[in-house]
Design a protein around this ligand. Structure first.
Ligand SMILES: [Zn+2]
Length: 532
């Protein structure tokens, strides 16, 4: 069905490299699930994928946190990194590379990159005076601070006055090149509201930014002057590049270019947009490296309509959530209920209602009762009919034919809520169709051909939905495929390529007539509402 031949280039994407000053929070889990959905969808299309996640482990904040806990910074980082890896496993995240900025091969990449920028004349020594937020690891303009010099992003932390010698990166020199980039590549920053924020920031005039710190040694020494430590952001952004290296690779920029660089997509939260949409492309231009295709800044999460804040005791623990409800439910709620790019809310009642209504009732029960009827009326197999003979007037076929292009374009534009919503509309049409056609009465009237068309159409629609939702709910999709008589495992890209390639399974009508169905079993258990 795909009009374009499958491209064999690598689709490379990243989450941020998460800062290890604290355990993974719900926002990191949200970004990572979204990136995993994108990666899985690209694999479903048959593309090769390089999905990089990881951790940013340097900087003053880590050094201080480790000190407070009386820990060696590396030991402290190792411990927190293990918690990230553990959560990603629980959430069924299939990354290809976990990039740690404390890795020795990362230092080699940083040195080479720094040298290129240095040789290009874009680094100079200057005096940095200003207000510094250690939590942001960023200098702030006086004007953006709250009263009494509190950071707007960390309203419980005062910024610190700094007056020190730093190395600077000539960001100002790249203002025209960046403006050209935003003009010639209008999709470089998404969504549009984020693009507009960046455009107005850049129009305000770019200032050089400092890329080294003194009196701080948790980081890489500046190659030209080891009294200075490289600024954590300079080092962290380069962790994406290091992440593309295979374990056996020499750590060089040349090698990275053969490993799927540049990136098609950087997924980030809106708070780190400037680093990715302004500083990062300028650094890459200076080092003569190709630019990424797209930077997408998603929104923030709230809980029950309120800002999530540790200080307020208003947090959502992703570990607790996935342990109570499972990875599919977690993934589905955040992808379906929030328009990616906008702020979104977590509310437990809404979570439970959404999961029960969509996955347990509408989808799970539809499959279950249709399988029951197929056993009764069709001998436990997919009805043996001529699929090509199903009338285009059949409402499920009509919807099914248009669903794949719609869902595909939704995934490609990161409109996950639309991908889920469109898929669910076919499920709801399936429920309505079976009620309207009442195959149990058709059977009594001896209308066997009609019974078979109804049951086939519903089973096939459930199959197509399971296929298209597999990037979001891979366990559920595997269970549905199992019920329909397939052996496909949606957690195994190899299995999907061999048993369910997109060109065939992405089309309504792929379910083979006569295929043996399995004994109906619930594919998704309802979440029981805890009684108050
Ligand atoms: Zn701050």
């Amino acid at each position: 069905m795909s009009p374009n031949p499958i491209q064999h280039q690598t689709f490379a994407l990243t989450t941020p490299l998460y800062y290890v000053n604290a355990l993974p929070h719900i926002g990191s889990a949200y970004t990572t699930v979204a990136a995993d959905v994108v990666a899985r969808f690209q694999r479903l299309l048959g593309h090769s994928v390089s999905f990089v996640t990881g951790t940013d482990e340097h900087g003053q904040k880590i050094q201080r946190t480790a000190q407070e806990k009386e820990r060696d910074p590396q030991a402290y980082c190792d411990e927190v990194v293990a918690c990230f890896e553990d959560l990603w496993q629980k959430l069924n995240i299939q990354y290809d590379s976990f990039s740690r900025t404390t890795a020795s091969r990362h230092e080699a990449i940083v040195r080479e990159f720094f040298q290129r920028v240095w040789d290009n004349g874009d680094i100079y020594l200057g005096q940095q005076k200003g207000w510094y937020c250690v939590a942001c690891e960023e200098f702030k303009d006086e004007g953006e601070l709250l009263e009494d010099h509190y950071c707007p992003l960390h309203p419980n932390r005062q910024v610190e006055w700094r007056d020190e010698e730093n190395y600077f990166f000539r960001l100002s020199k790249y203002q025209p090149a960046l403006e050209d980039l935003y003009k010639n590549q209008p999709d470089f920053i998404q969504p549009t509201m984020r693009r507009n924020e960046v455009l107005s920031f850049v129009q305000g005039g770019l200032q050089d930014f400092s890329i080294s710190r003194v009196n701080m040694d948790w980081g890489f020494p500046v190659p030209e002057n080891p009294e200075h430590t490289l600024y954590v952001w300079f080092d962290a952004l380069l962790g994406y590049i290091t992440g593309l290296l295979q374990p056996e690779d020499e750590p060089t920029l040349e090698r990275v270019l053969e490993r799927g660089y540049p990136f098609q997509l950087h997924l980030i939260g809106k708070d780190i947009l400037r680093f990715h949409a302004v500083y990062w492309p300028a650094m890459l231009l200076s080092a003569g490296m190709p630019l990424p295709e797209r930077v997408f800044g998603h929104g923030f999460l709230t809980k029950d309509g309120h800002k999530i804040s540790k200080t307020l005791g208003n947090t959502v623990d992703p570990v607790d959530l996935v342990e109570r409800f499972g990875s599919d439910a977690f993934r589905y709620y955040f992808m379906k209920e929030i328009e990616f790019g906008r702020d979104g809310d977590y509310n437990e009642t809404r979570f439970i209602n959404t999961i029960n209504a969509d996955l347990a009732n509408d989808l799970g029960n539809l499959l279950n009762r249709t399988l029951g009827m197929a056993r009764k009326y069709c001998g436990g197999s997919v009805p043996n009919l001529d699929v090509a003979g199903i009338s285009p007037e059949n409402p499920l076929k009509a919807l099914g034919d248009s669903l794949t292009p719609q869902v595909r374009s939704a995934y490609e534009s990161l409109a996950f809520h639309q991908a889920c919503g469109a898929s669910l509309s076919l499920v709801r049409a399936g429920n309505k169709y079976i009620d309207d056609r009442a195959p149990w009465s058709l059977y009594k009237q001896g209308e066997q051909a009609a019974v078979e068309e109804v049951l086939y159409s519903v089973l096939e629609s459930v199959r197509l939905v399971a296929y298209l939702l597999s990037p979001v709910v891979p366990h559920l999709s595997t269970a549905i495929y199992g019920q329909l008589g397939y052996s496909t495992d949606f957690d195994q890209p190899q299995s999907v390529r061999e048993t369910a390639p997109f060109e065939h399974h992405g089309t309504w009508g792929a379910l083979p007539p006569g295929q043996s169905l399995n004994k109906p079993e619930p594919v998704f258990r309802r979440i029981e509402v805890p009684s108050a």
